[in-house]
Design a protein around this ligand. Structure first.
Ligand SMILES: [Zn+2]
Length: 445
């Protein structure tokens, strides 16, 4: 170590004496490389295990037999200081032929050639950007050469481990009564849900119908949920104000039933039982209200106002195609005076009086009328505003973009469901500020 450092100092001073000036970036990078190399040398020395004493050369094997010491075996391990070699005792069971490296378990490098510190870095960069960007970031930020595949494999493995831990918690939550989380009462707690398509490889959509008739789907729906709280509102503007940093996300490509348990547990952990006012919000999608009824009975249900308005726009464009003036006039009545005012019965009655000759338009009128009739109680916007509640589900829609879209829906990306779910679990964990806890729990497990 001293030799490495001395050589570098010699080079730096020689350069200065020759008056070639100091290139700080070159010097600092050289220092990092040198100190990494010195550290790697120290780690390598530390990782040369001794053969076990002659009376400790066997270990219990999971099969019930004993594994015998076979000698020292070495493997390369990439650490935050660079590549080191670990040489450690190897045991083999003569009956079931399973090998064991107890030192690998102790060092948390079983079945991997990447140290826990580097794995954490790979998870962070792999969650944030395409895997090849992760590889480049590792080089610039950590001075480590890794393959794109290593970023992918490690990030997905850690995401998979997080997802498995969550499945375990969900399983426990439905088997036992959840303990009431003690804490301050929560003024208003929101649960918002939405779905967004994630592009997947062909085998994940075999036998599934796409949105266009007869076309196979190229995407699978990821369901995303978020929980956040509100204690204040802006009396001047009449806006609800979300508590800063109070939003947590959960999401996966999974069935409604599975997702229901996931969002329920998240809401519970965030203090659902202590909330004075509980609100579930979504667009008009049927599955959201089915989940709300099953897991959040008694919560106020609100259909996102902007989605509701969009339904009116979709209809009016069919009623008055290419006639902006008529569309606007119609919206002034149906949106501003009826929908925005929460007069949904009057809106439905008005829609029912519309007659069209075109069967496609007739069908559109029918489906939109049903949409408003079905969601009337969820569209009492003036009442919700008087209660100082949000009327838009902008938080979950932004979440669909930041949590899912920006990472999983870039051009040229095609995911397996497993890979997408692993990265989604990892991203939610990081965004929720729980990644350090996860690493800590793993270390002490
Ligand atoms: Zn065995």
């Amino acid at each position: 170590m001293a030799r490495e450092v001395n050589q570098l100092l010699d080079r730096i001073f020689a350069q200065r004496h020759q008056n070639r000036g100091s290139d700080l970036e070159a010097v600092e990078t050289a220092w990092r490389t040198t100190l990494h190399r010195a550290g790697a040398a120290a780690l390598s020395a530390l990782f040369q295990y001794q053969p076990p004493a002659s009376d400790q050369r066997q270990l219990p094997c999971p099969c019930g037999h004993l594994a015998q010491y076979q000698g020292l075996r070495s493997k390369p391990v990439l650490t935050v200081l660079g590549l080191v070699r670990v040489s450690r005792p190897y045991y083999l069971c003569a009956r079931c032929h399973q090998g064991q490296f107890p030192a690998d378990v102790e060092l948390d490098i079983a079945d991997t050639e990447v140290s826990p510190g580097v794995r954490r870095m790979l998870a962070v960069v792999g969650a944030a950007a395409p895997f090849d960007h992760g590889r480049q970031r590792m080089q610039v930020l950590a001075g480590l050469e890794v393959t794109t595949k290593a970023v992918e494999r490690t990030a997905e493995a850690i995401g998979g481990d997080i997802a498995a831990g969550e499945r375990h918690q969900i399983q426990r939550a439905i088997q036992l009564d959840l303990p009431v989380v003690i804490g301050e009462p929560v003024r208003i707690l929101y649960v918002q849900m939405d779905g967004t398509g994630v592009p997947v490889v062909k085998k994940e959509t075999l036998g599934r119908q796409g949105k266009t008739d007869g076309q196979p789907a190229h995407t699978r729906e990821a369901k995303l949920g978020c929980v956040f709280t509100q204690t204040r509102w802006d009396p001047k503007k009449g806006y609800a104000i979300r508590d800063p940093n109070s939003t947590t996300y959960v999401g996966a490509i999974e069935t409604v039933e599975e997702f229901g348990k996931r969002i329920y547990l998240e809401a519970w952990n965030r203090g659902y039982s202590r909330a004075e006012t509980k609100v579930v919000m979504g667009d008009g999608a049927e599955w959201i209200w089915n989940l709300a009824a099953q897991h959040f009975p008694g919560a106020i249900q609100i259909v996102d106002l902007y989605h509701a308005r969009q339904h009116l726009w979709d209809l009016v464009r069919k009623l008055y195609p290419n006639d902006a003036a008529s569309q606007k006039a119609w919206m002034r009545v149906h949106q501003k005076r009826l929908l925005d005012k929460g007069k949904i019965e009057k809106l439905v009655a008005a829609l029912r009086t519309i007659r069209a000759t075109n069967p496609e338009v007739t069908e559109k009128i029918r489906t939109e009328t049903e949409y408003f009739a079905r969601n009337g109680e969820r569209m009492r916007y003036p009442k919700f505003r008087r209660q100082h509640l949000f009327v838009g589900s902008g938080v979950i829609e932004a979440g669909c973009k930041t949590v899912i879209g920006s990472r999983l829906k870039q051009s040229g990306m095609f995911w397996t469901v497993q890979g997408a779910n692993d990265i989604l679990a990892l991203r939610c964990c990081l965004l929720n500020g729980r990644f350090e806890d996860y690493c800590e729990t793993r270390r002490t497990a």
